[in-house]
Structure formats: structure tokens, C-alpha cells
Write a protein of this length. Structure first.
Length: 190
């Protein structure tokens, strides 16, 4: 689901950049910034990339109780869904520095003008994703230093976004049984 959400955002951003900048599709890709086996920069020149930096649980909307559904006349108990936010880094690496800034400015404009994605507005949204919200995060110099240190490369022109809210749920039932269809009580005689 995470891969589908980021690919969807990348495709929508590419369409926007194509219309605004006259660029061919595929200019914003999804992938790592650093090759984990060699530690070398995995971002080719003249590229804009969206990379997953962190996954965080959305605790405000956290559900504690299992979900119950009736399927084929039987009650099925599913574990509660895990709701997560994605922290993504969007980076531009170009021979011409002003081109990286131009692409990042276009992407900032796109996400500012399209902060919410729903299937009713975007029919190409992957099945199972009800809503995505994109929010620009303001990182100070210390936080940026820590981010680039964690990634393992030197600072490049970039922006950090929080993508809310993916639901991940196991579809294997925790239990099954006959549904409760009524309640009968017996009065005790005294």
C-alpha cells in the first residue's frame, strides 16, 4: 500500500509538471537516495526523486477494538487497522542548480494547490486508499542536518512532506463465529 500511495503521488505530480513545465512524464520518480549496499548516492544527475524517510503511527485516530463484519452469515473478527503517516523527502539533483530549484518550486506549487487526494477527485487512486493529505514540514537547520546524516549523504535541495493517512489491515480473521441476532433474558422467580 505504501508503494502504491507514493507511486500515485509521483504520477500526479508528473502530470502537473508536464502541463506546467512542458516536461515529459517520469521526471519525479520514487526510490532511495542512497544505495544501501554501497553507501553511494543512488540519485542520478538531472533527477527529482521522492524517497520514504520514515513511517509514523497516527495515534490520534488509533483504534483499539477489533472490527467485526458479517460475511456469508458468519461473524468475522479482524484486527484493528494500523493508521500510518509517511514522511517523504523530495530531492532534486541537477547539473544546473537553477533547474533543481525550478522543479522543486513546481512541486511545491503542485502540493500546495492539491493538498488532499480522494478517489472521487482522482479516479486513478489505488483501491483501498480512501484519502491522502500532503503537508509540508518545516525542518530547522538541526533537523535537516540529522535528516541528511541519517540518509547518509550531503545536503541537497529538498523538501520534506508528511503524507497522511494510510490504513494497513491484516485481512486474515482473528476469529469467526455465528453472529448475535437477538438477546433473550430470563426473569428469575423469587
Amino acid at each position: 500500500m505504501i508503494d502504491l500511495a507514493l507511486k500515485f503521488l509521483s504520477d500526479e505530480a508528473n502530470g502537473f509538471m508536464s502541463r506546467r513545465l512542458g516536461l515529459a512524464l517520469g521526471k519525479l520518480d520514487v526510490g532511495p537516495l542512497v544505495d544501501v549496499t554501497t553507501g553511494a548516492l543512488a540519485l542520478a544527475g538531472d533527477t527529482t526523486r521522492m524517497s520514504l524517510f520514515q513511517i509514523e503511527e497516527e495515534r490520534v485516530l488509533r483504534e483499539q477494538l477489533p472490527q467485526r463484519q458479517i460475511v456469508g452469515g458468519r461473524e468475522i473478527t479482524l484486527p484493528p487497522p494500523l493508521k500510518v503517516n509517511l514522511i517523504v523527502v523530495v530531492t532534486g539533483r541537477f547539473q544546473k542548480y537553477d533547474e533543481a530549484l525550478r522543479r522543486l518550486a513546481c512541486l511545491l506549487t503542485f502540493f500546495q494547490s492539491h493538498p488532499v487526494f480522494t478517489p472521487s477527485d482522482y479516479p486513478g487512486m489505488p483501491a483501498g486508499i480512501e484519502r491522502l493529505t500532503v503537508e509540508l514540514l518545516n525542518y530547522g537547520p538541526d533537523q535537516l542536518n540529522q535528516l541528511w546524516t541519517c540518509i547518509g549523504t550531503k545536503h541537497m535541495p529538498a523538501m520534506v512532506y508528511r503524507v497522511r493517512l494510510l490504513w494497513l489491515q491484516d485481512v486474515e480473521p482473528q476469529g469467526t463465529g455465528q453472529p448475535v441476532t437477538g438477546i433473550q433474558t430470563k426473569m428469575a422467580l423469587r
